[in-house]
Design a protein around this ligand. Sequence first.
Ligand SMILES: O=P(O)(O)OP(=O)(O)OP(=O)(O)OC[C@H]1O[C@@H](n2cnc3c(O)ncnc32)[C@H](O)[C@@H]1O
Ligand SMILES: [Mg+2]
Length: 216
Amino acid sequence: MTRKLDGSKLVIATHNAGKLREISALLAPFGVDCVSAGELGLPEPEETGTTFVENALLKAHAAAKAAGLPALADDSGLSVTALGGRPGVYTADWTERQWFEAEPGKDYKGRDWYLAMGKVEGLLCEKGPDVDRSCRFSCTLAIAWPEGDEAVYEGRVDGTFSWPPRGTMGFGYDPVFVPQGRNQTFAELGLEEKKSMSHRADAFAKLVADQFPDTP
Ligand SMILES: O=P(O)(O)OP(=O)(O)OP(=O)(O)OC[C@H]1O[C@@H](n2cnc3c(O)ncnc32)[C@H](O)[C@@H]1O
Ligand SMILES: [Mg+2]
């Protein structure tokens, strides 16, 4: 049995504004008292794990320990089938890594998502016009308590990598991700639609079933 949230404040342990917006919207109906890592001035831990689960747990435990409160972290990414699952767990620093290899010493702090998406497109194009464009967004949500307890929930959504980018809503790779069964990208569909079908929503549904089982 996993430990349950008991009404104390919950730290949303992310430094990504897009994720914070989505997690806040998903949590809203459950009356959880939330505070973000940014509001608490928590440092951004180095993500040294090799899986989404490892990194989500690492971020949740770091925040829970620093804040003395339960913390919810999210590790997520886009895995492209034809690229052997890349960028996957390295989605956030894909641009930094690619450019670092090209030009060591350059400052990559301002992540440029357009470049990162273009890099994926470039690698797909190298494989020819009939390349398999299927891909998947994965999301692992982890809750950690200051005493060391933890709970993990995994979600995913399958789709297609679409080029050029379309839409202005959402964040990160949303403009190039078309979920299965739809024609629009997540960035065109917007928060409400995305909330009903995303990798984050899938993981969150498992969190709700476990943490808030009595909610109708
Ligand atoms: O670690 P935190 O502070 O939560 O923020 P981050 O941006 O570094 O997040 P990750 O380490 O989990 O990296 C995941 C990256 O995958 C991308 N990503 C994850 N979920 C996404 C979504 O719903 N829509 C678009 N891109 C997403 C986005 O580029 C993220 O930066
Ligand atoms: Mg990160």
